[in-house]
Each structure stands twice: as C-alpha cells, then as structure tokens.
Design a protein around this ligand. Structure first.
Ligand code: DQA
Length: 142
C-alpha cells in the first residue's frame, strides 16, 4: 500500500518558524520518524513539501497512493483548487495541523478540507502526523 504525505507552504521552516505554535522539530526529523513507522508497517510513504499551490495539485493528480495525509498549511484557508484536486482523484485523506487552528485567529477557523476529510487532527504538534499515519494504516487494512 502507498500513502502520500503532503506539507504545504512554510512548513519547510519548521523548527525555526514560530516555535510557540509549531514546535522545535524540523520537517526532516518529523518525516524521518514517519518513514520509519511506515516501513515497519510495510507501507510505502512518499512525501512532498511545497510552497507552490500548483505543485501540490500536480502531486495529488499524479499519485498512485491509496491514502493522503495533508497539512495544507495556509492553503487550508484559501485553496478551492487543492480541495477540488483531492476530490477529483477521490483519494481519502486525513487533514493535520500542528497548531490548534481553532484557538488562533478567526481566519484559521475555516478549512476548505475538513468537511471532506476522513478525520482532522490539530493542536497536537508533530505527534499529530504520527496519529494520522496510524489511522491511515488502519484505514488501509479495513
Ligand atoms: C498550520 C496552520 C495554518 O493556519 C498555518 O497557515 C500553517 C500551519 C498548522 O500546521 O498548524 O502554515 O497548518
């Protein structure tokens, strides 16, 4: 089975970006841990981080994964185009946010993804990705 992990804009700065919201672990470390968990479960995990909306859309169009874990970052609150891409390929997905978006500015309270997600995890930091991966693995075996 294959899972695609997508991280949106500015998440390449994790570790040094607003650590009060996003923690001190960098993206490389987070992804390495997820790769380890996926390989132990015999699942192929691929990862893309992009600051460009069209690259995320293309990755969604081109994947042969059966499940997507996505932190759309700021595109969460803006991107009808990424929403349409993920609905277009009809691949189930879990939405992850490191911070609790509901405890932040009102413009972060709306997501273009949550009503279509299998589940949404927010506010648990990098651990949220691990929980999403465990949930995705379970979804793939049912
Ligand atoms: C985020 C929350 C978004 O509101 C923000 O634009 C991000 C990161 C999170 O992981 O908490 O870039 O998706």
């Amino acid at each position: 089975a294959k899972i695609l992990l997508i991280n949106g804009p500015n998440l390449n700065l994790l570790g040094r970006r607003e650590p009060g919201h996003y923690g001190t672990q960098n993206l490389e470390t987070i992804v390495a841990g997820l790769m380890q968990s996926a390989s132990e479960a015999n699942v192929e995990l691929s990862h893309i981080q992009s600051n460009a909306e069209h690259e995320i859309i293309d990755a969604i169009h081109n994947t042969d994964a059966q499940f997507i874990i996505i932190n759309p970052a700021a595109f969460t609150h803006t991107s009808v185009a990424i929403r349409d891409a993920i609905l277009g390929v009809a691949i189930p997905f879990i939405e992850v946010h490191l911070s609790n978006v509901h405890a932040r500015e009102p413009f972060r309270h709306h997501s273009y993804f949550s009503d279509k997600a299998v589940g949404v995890i927010c506010g648990l930091g990098a651990q949220g990705y691990e929980f999403a991966l465990q949930a995705a693995l379970k979804q793939l075996t049912v």
